[in-house]
Design a protein around this ligand. Structure first.
Ligand SMILES: Nc1nc2c(c(=O)[nH]1)N[C@H]1C(S)=C(S)[C@@H](COP(=O)(O)O)O[C@H]1N2
Ligand SMILES: [Mo]
Length: 387
């Protein structure tokens, strides 16, 4: 195939680097180069690396479905959403028939939905000690939503997935400021063929721009960095994607180490499944001895279900089971409540812990790591018990 010799111009939704990658991957150059020089894209130029990052107040995460307008937002840089009029999802790489599907094409395919948790790998980073750099998420970089679209499996079958493919490379339309590496990622095909959805609806509404309109990847049970927003291209390949967001970021220690001592690259593997975790969203600050009060929260895991949530008021010597609400779906969170009757006057510290359907138990301490990923220590609240 002819390699472009001059600047390809600015193609909506495709950076020059993305263009070269696409050209290298066998897309027709003619289809990508506009006939006449394209006008510069009408958008602001980002001057530094500060993105849009916003978490949900913990006490508002008290419903099974997190409303769209309260759902946390995590962008690596200012979004440059695709032009909805010309948007197409390209499927190329290890396939027999490369595709370019419009939103209406996608909507003619069989629908699939999943109600599940989206949590940023860095949720709880602010709670690690010693402190680690990065967005100082506390509790609310997580939400539970109903995602609707088409199965990745159906898309890849339509394109004629070849046997040699093992990793799905994913690309969004956002592009970083100068000299910053692009947010290019890949997901293991085995996982994405089982559970992956290209979603164009969130909680029954068209996917909002902040959450990746017109379509994003949904990877139930896996951390948010896999959930590519503003999707423009899927490319099955034999090897994982390379680059900063694969080789340096989103890596977690294989075994715990000394807090504050950075792990070496070979001591870490990619972040994939979420860890079992409960959070407390509601608890009284005061109570009376002998009178029950209600403590509430949610719990989820990278396993499809939560088996139980327990509460202790003696530092973990004894645990009592919380009541799980009846609403649940694979990889969704489970709301729980606990009627606590304090016995003694004084300060009571309550801790919660969840156990998932594979028997993983939420640990008292999270594993410190220099990126502050997957914090999941027991949450606690203090209650002042009066006589
Ligand atoms: N294109 C693109 N997709 C992206 C990101 C991004 O910066 N660009 N951030 C990822 C990260 S790290 C997370 S946690 C989720 C956050 O999704 P939300 O903003 O819908 O909550 O999107 C993921 N998908
Ligand atoms: Mo994230």
């Amino acid at each position: 195939m002819r390699r472009p010799t001059e600047s390809p111009g600015r193609v909506p939704g495709l950076s020059r680097r993305g263009f070269l990658a696409a050209a290298g991957a066998g897309l027709a150059v003619a289809a990508l180069v506009p006939a006449s020089p394209a006008a510069p894209r009408r958008r602001l130029l980002q001057m530094n690396g500060y993105p849009i990052d916003a978490e949900t107040p913990l006490e508002l995460l008290n419903t099974y479905i997190t409303p769209n307008d309260l759902f946390f937002v995590r962008h690596h840089w200012n979004p440059t959403p695709p032009d909805l009029a010309t948007w197409a999802l390209k499927v190329d790489g290890e396939v027999e028939r490369p595709l370019a599907l419009s939103l209406s094409d996608l909507k003619t395919m069989p629908r699939a939905s999943a109600t599940c948790v989206l949590q940023c790998a860095g949720n709880g980073r602010a709670l690690h000690r010693p402190i680690v750099p990065g967005v100082q998420w506390k509790y609310g970089a997580v939400g539970n939503a109903r995602w609707t679209g088409v199965r990745v499996k159906d898309l890849l079958e339509r394109a004629g997935l070849k046997a040699g493919a093992k990793h799905l490379h994913t690309f969004g339309s956002d592009s970083p400021p100068e000299k910053v590496p692009p947010f290019h990622r890949s997901v293991e095909l085995e996982k994405i063929l089982q559970d992956g959805i290209v979603a164009f609806e969130m909680n029954g509404e068209p996917l909002p721009p902040l959450h990746g309109a017109p379509a994003r990847l949904v990877v139930p049970g896996w951390a948010g960095d896999h959930w590519m927003k503003w999707l423009v291209r899927l490319s099955p390949q034999p090897s994982p994607q390379t680059g900063f967001y694969m080789d340096v970021a989103y890596r977690y220690p294989k075994a715990p180490g000394e807090p504050g001592v950075a792990f070496k690259p070979e001591e870490m593997s990619p972040v994939t499944e979420l860890f079992v975790k409960s959070s407390i969203t509601e608890a009284p600050s005061t109570a009376r001895a002998g009178k029950p009060v209600t403590v509430r929260g949610f719990a989820f895991s990278g396993a499809p279900d939560v088996a139980k949530v327990e509460v202790t008021d003696d530092g973990g010597a004894t645990w009592a089971p919380a009541t799980l609400s009846s609403e649940h779906d694979p990889y969704a969170w489970r709301l729980w409540s606990f009627a606590y009757t304090p016995k003694r006057v004084g300060k009571a510290t309550l801790y919660a812990r969840a156990t998932d359907s594979r028997g993983n138990v939420q640990p008292k301490e999270a594993v410190w790591n220099q990126s502050g990923y997957l914090y999941n220590a027991w949450p606690s609240v203090d209650v002042e018990v009066r006589g």
